[in-house]
Each structure stands twice: as C-alpha cells, then as structure tokens.
Design a binder for this molecule. Structure first.
Ligand code: PLP
Length: 232
C-alpha cells in the first residue's frame, strides 16, 4: 500500500513538473497539499514518509482526531480546506497552520479573536467563488479587494493568498477560463500592494484538474484521491 502512495506521488510530481514548465513556473515553487479527508493515519504517515510535508483536512473533528494521532509530526503543516463554521474556529486554531477557506468578515473576525487568545498569528487564504456557482462557498470576484482592504489591519490574522475550488466538469479543458481568471485576479491584487496583505499563494487545482491549475499559475495544489486512491 505504501508503494502505491509513493507511485502516485511520483506521477503527480512528474505531471506538476511538466505543467509548471508549460506555464513558465518553477516546479520547486509549487506546494502539494495532501488532502487527507477519509484517509486513515497509517496512510497519512506513509505519505509523510514519501515526502509529503503538508496535509489538508476539511472537517474540524478530523483535524483534532488526527492531530493527536500524528503526535510528534510537528514538521508537517496542517491546512484547513473545507467550509469552516465560526463555532469550530476555537477547536482547530491550535492545530492549523493555514486556513484556506476564509470567506466572510464574521469568520475572519472570529479567527482573529481566537488567535489573539493563544498569542498566534493565524495565516489564511481567502476563498473566491470565481465561477459564481450557487452551491459553492467563497467571495465573488468583485468583493475580494474590498474584503482584503477591510481585514489587512487585523493583528492576529495574516492573509497569504487566494484559494479557489473549480467547478467539477467532465472535460477538464472547460475549467481553463476559471483558473485563468483567478490568476488575473491574483496578479491584479498583488500589484495593488494592499496594506497588511501578502499574496504569496494561489491555491487551486485538485486531483482531476491540478495540471491545468498549475499551467495557469497555481503554486499550491490540493490533491486527495490522486495520492491516496489505490489503483491497480
Ligand atoms: C476534497 C478536497 C480536495 C481534494 O480533492 P480530490 O479530488 O480528492 O483531490 C481539495 N480541496 C478541497 C477544498 C477539498 O474539499
């Protein structure tokens, strides 16, 4: 089983390398987040052994449960990628390095408050619903700049970039405009040098579309099934 994870990772790294090259990026600059939802601790440890340094969860309970079991794996960064309810912030704030799914002022204020209580500066990404899908979380494109200007002055929150979940489509070529629009928004906001905001990460791309995402400028990809699914 471990070797399946190693094999998957090797193939993903190879694809990222090619996509990066195509998009004019350096592959070393691209961070792979292994999304470990529904993955048990043994397999997470196997992925860490295979070189994974970042893991992502989408449920607060799972973060807590796995953190205690991963024990001394402090060198691994923990990302929160799912929709986060305000009343769960307190539960996870001790354990997460990057909350990728921030999409409201109320949520970011709660994060700031809870981070202050434990003397932490919490790094976050702002989630953007660029394709404006009804059922998706995230700010609309036109709201992002104002949002960043509003939260740039919070002392215990540090914005590190933008995140997007692309629509699920059968033909992955169809999501190209979504990634392209995200990259343009990201570049535009970077150029504006908004006070207190450090746009360093553009998190987009999952198992089915990470290659296209990287080609269009993602420097953080979130891959779950592609790493942990056993194909044979
Ligand atoms: C589950 C999930 C992923 C990973 O999805 P896969 O298709 O398994 O690669 C990435 N991002 C978010 C927000 C997720 O919930």
């Amino acid at each position: 089983m471990n070797s399946a994870i190693e094999k998957n990772l090797k193939s993903i790294r190879e694809k990222i390398k090619q996509a990066a090259c195509k998009g004019g990026q350096k592959e070393e600059g691209i961070r792979i987040i292994a999304v470990t939802k529904n993955v048990d601790v043994a397999r997470i440890l196997a992925a860490i052994k295979a070189g994974i340094t970042d893991i992502g969860e989408n449920k607060a309970q799972e973060v807590i449960k796995k953190h205690t079991k991963l024990g001394d794996k402090k060198s691994v960064c923990c990302h929160f990628v799912g929709h986060l309810q305000r009343n769960k912030v307190k539960m996870i704030i001790d354990f997460v390095d990057l909350i990728q799914s921030v999409d409201s002022l109320k949520l970011v204020e709660e994060i700031d408050k809870r981070a202050r209580e434990i003397a932490k500066i919490q790094e976050i990404l702002v989630q953007v619903n660029i394709a404006e899908e009804e059922a998706k979380f995230g700010l609309e494109k036109g709201e992002v700049e104002r949002f960043l200007r509003e939260i740039g002055s919070l002392d215990n929150v540090k914005v590190k970039g933008l995140m997007n979940v692309a629509p699920l489509v059968e033909d992955v070529q169809k999501v190209k405009p979504v990634f392209s629009e995200m990259k343009m928004l990201y570049d535009d906001l970077r150029r504006k040098r908004i006070p207190g905001i450090e746009l360093e990460y553009l998190s987009m791309g999952m198992s089915n579309d990470f290659e296209v995402a990287v080609e269009f400028g993602a420097n953080m990809v979130r891959v779950g099934r592609g790493i942990f699914a056993t194909t044979s």
